[in-house]
Design a protein around this ligand. Sequence first.
Ligand code: PLP
Length: 343
Amino acid sequence: MATGILTIDIDALISNWKALDSMTNCETAAVVKADGYGLGADRLARALAHAGVRKFFVAATEEGASLRQALGPGPEISVFSGHMAGDTDMISDMQLTPMLNSIDQMLRHVEALPGAPFGVQLDTGMNRLGMEAGEWAAVRDLVVSQNPTLIMSHLACADDPEHPMNPTQLRVFKEMTEGVDAPRSLAATGGILLGDDYHFDLTRPGIGLYGGMPYIEALPVAGLSVPVIQIRDVEEGETVGYSNTWMADRPSRVATIAAGYADGIIRGMGEKAWVHSGDTACKIIGRISMDMIGVDVTDLSEEPSHLDLIGPHQSVDTVAAAADTIGYEILTSLGARYTRRYK
Ligand SMILES: *Cc1c(COP(=O)(O)O)cnc(C)c1O
């Protein structure tokens, strides 16, 4: 078998959800957009529902529809992008709850599906999604009279606890929702860590469930082990990979492993990343190819059958740092070719 093995630790996922839940006195949902941050929304959401999660969030109505099929009736599935043109049948048939982002979406929803549940997303400064203060003022009374499931907003800088944007958005959110008798939500993973003021009635963690920063204490959920296809000796002065970017400065053993940038191993991280054989770090050498990567295994005493790219010695966030990105991007880029093993 020449595909990487992506191991997904469901117990760690549940522990992370419970730990985040225990940091607040309110309800904790689970964000499973982008196929559960690349780890498999259906499997993970079923496990979370089994552990007591009653509310899930996805980005798009299509994601919500497939999640409903995985979860069956019961859990609330909310859609951040709201009620888009063409979504009506799916929202209704699959019992999805759109988070309405504009007056247009609001009108579309109440006209097409009168009485159907919805929430509202407010923009408190991120300028990405949600009603602005003026729009909100115009529909606020109408919204409240329809018993929305949730009034929510999203923080732009919650990964930086010292950022002045956090208290600013908190103040705006409070002002916009003052006197509104509906459940409120402001915090994703970063917001949970900012403390009580940010928790309101519901939190919406994503990355923290999957073991990523900014939740430093998270248990790792994903592990990636890549099979070695071939091992060869190269002499001092020989090169490895495209464009000859690596040259042996000693007689070396080079392993070719079966994953590349088509599997989400970001090419730009080049030789900054490492893989591990047990406890021993081995350097990635040469250009990362589409389906393969070269590794210097000269110092290993035995020939490895697999090398770990994500594991106890190298977290998702470490890989992200080598690629100059964030753990979110590493997880959601994890390739479709991997064999996913849930444990
Ligand atoms: C993605 C997202 C979340 C989850 O964010 P994390 O940082 O992964 O916890 C919550 N709310 C909204 C609106 C989102 O887009």
